[in-house]
Design a protein around this ligand. Structure first.
Ligand code: SDX
Length: 441
């Protein structure tokens, strides 16, 4: 049997033979199927890409049915247990685990880029005190493109490497400054003697003590959460980074697009929405009543469901265990009981089972972040810190891929055609269509 697909166009009886490679067919082959010479040929139609591979990648492998997640072939369970975020970021970006000498150099290179230009502090101070930190992160990372004009040379490998180190180094600093700005606290400079995550905690929480000493359990747990958020193949924000980066814009602008996508409540903003949902449920006794509301579609069960995972999110399994390590230090977050009861009921209810809705990475991470003392608005920012290495790996892989060009999907046009202009005096009042933009200010 040949690895091909034979497609017969029943409109014309024409048959085309299409190669099957890597479990896919090149949809451009459909252009051969025409009904006349001026027919442009058939298109594939796949709104929100539910079954469309936009690229070939060697960064992250997910098996949604089996709950498998691997970065460059290494199972997430082993990386979460044995690695650390900076080493995992090296793996995601460069494709291999570093030896001791390369890790030391990588760690120093990232550490040397944790500081930000003093004007960035002024820029962040320009936001309102109650500005959402994801809005600050989005704006500030985009603004970094104006501080590093060399970043526009995206086809220069050394420049790509330098911007990668700068972004991985600076994301925690900008995130911490957004938090400090929201609290009216002075900014804390990076402490290069601390680990990547320890330094982040210091910039967040140092008050008047001479030197901040991170709690090792919290430091390890947060670092593991960064590992778990490192990359996740072609999710919404990675797709945004690739699409925007395909115009050859600088990586700060492309990563800012990823931050914007992650900001949404269906993506990285879900962890913030999970805590709001659990707090509105309030107690274990109220869970059954709330589940009834989810099943009526009155409210979405945040932290449940996934486009790819249809049994369980392996990250959720690891995070659920991590919660108890954190609670040893912080005291138990009472929302964990509400979350466990919600999971127990949902996993035995046909409505959720039929829709393959299981807890995803955001369900339990939200509870840990809250127990660590982060305000809800900071939760997606923590997600963004971990995901920066993944975004940069996806961006670089796109630029190096000879099959990739500027992203420009096609459409199926169903609108009006060939209408003649009518003077305003002769026009009827426009019909109040659903998709018309309201003309009220
Ligand atoms: C992340 O893509 C990634 O990899 C993302 C991510 C990453 O690491 O980058 O894993 C991180 O974003 C995790 C997901 C966080 N989002 C949430 O927890 C928000 C709640 N979940 C969803 O809204 C939803 O499940 C999505 C967005 C995650 C997935 O959306 P899909 O694949 O488009 O699924 P869908 O919205 O088409 O839902 C399929 C069905 C629908 O039912 P029907 O309309 O067919 O009857 O399931 C229902 C949905 O209504 N459904 C839910 C639901 N999620 C889906 N019903 C109730 N509660 C939910 N959470």
């Amino acid at each position: 049997m040949a690895d091909t697909l034979t497609i017969t166009d029943n409109r014309t009886g024409k048959t085309v033979e299409v190669p099957i490679e890597n479990g896919a067919i090149p949809t451009k082959a459909l252009l051969q199927l025409k009904t006349s010479d001026d027919d442009i040929g058939l298109r594939g139609y796949d709104p929100s890409f539910t079954n469309t591979a936009a690229c070939k990648s060697r960064i992250t492998f997910i098996d949604g049915e089996k709950g498998i997640l691997q970065y460059r072939g290494y199972p997430i369970e082993q990386l979460a247990e044995k690695s650390n975020y900076l080493e995992t970021a090296y793996l995601i970006v460069k494709g291999e685990l570093p030896d001791a000498a390369h890790f030391t150099r990588w760690e120093r290179n990232i550490t040397m880029h944790t500081m930000v230009h003093e004007n960035i502090k002024t820029f962040i101070s320009g936001f309102r005190y109650d500005a959402h930190p994801m809005g600050i992160l989005l704006g500030t990372v985009g603004a970094l493109s104006t501080f590093y004009p060399d970043a526009h040379d995206v086809e220069n490998l050394e420049s790509r490497r330098l911007q990668t180190r700068r972004l991985i180094g600076k994301l925690p600093t900008i995130a911490a400054y957004a938090y400090r700005h929201s609290r009216g606290y002075p900014y804390v400079s990076p402490d290069n003697e601390l680990s990547y995550t320890g330094n982040f905690l210091s910039m967040l929480f140092q008050m008047r003590e001479r030197r901040y000493v991170p709690n090792p359990v919290i430091e390890r747990a947060l670092d593991t959460l960064f590992v778990l958020h490192g990359d996740h193949e072609q999710n919404c924000s990675a797709n945004a980074v690739r699409a925007v980066g395909s115009s050859l814009v600088d990586p700060y602008s492309a990563v800012a697009a990823g931050i914007a996508a992650l900001y949404g409540p269906l993506h990285g903003g879900a962890n913030e929405a999970v805590v709001r949902m659990l707090e509105s449920i309030g107690s274990v006794q109220n869970v059954a009543k709330s589940v009834a509301r989810f099943k009526k579609g009155e409210e979405r069960l945040m932290g449940f469901g996934h486009r790819v995972y249809k049994n369980f999110d392996p990250r959720g399994t690891i995070i659920k265990k991590l919660a108890y390590d954190v609670f040893e230090v912080t005291g138990k977050n009472p929302l964990i009981d509400v979350a466990l009861e919600l999971e127990r009921i949902a996993l035995q209810d046909d409505y959720f089972l039929k829709r393959k809705l299981y807890p995803n990475v955001d369900f339990y991470s939200a509870i840990i972040y809250q127990a660590m003392g982060f305000p809800m608005k900071m939760f997606p920012v923590l997600f963004a810190i971990g995901r920066t290495s993944g975004w940069l790996a996806q961006w670089a892989e796109m630029l190096r891929d000879p099959e990739q060009r500027i992203a420009r999907p096609r459409q199926l046009y169903l609108g009006e055609m060939d209408r003649d202009y009518v003077d305003i005096a002769q026009r009827p009042a426009p019909t109040d269509r659903e998709d018309m933009v309201s003309d009220s200010i």
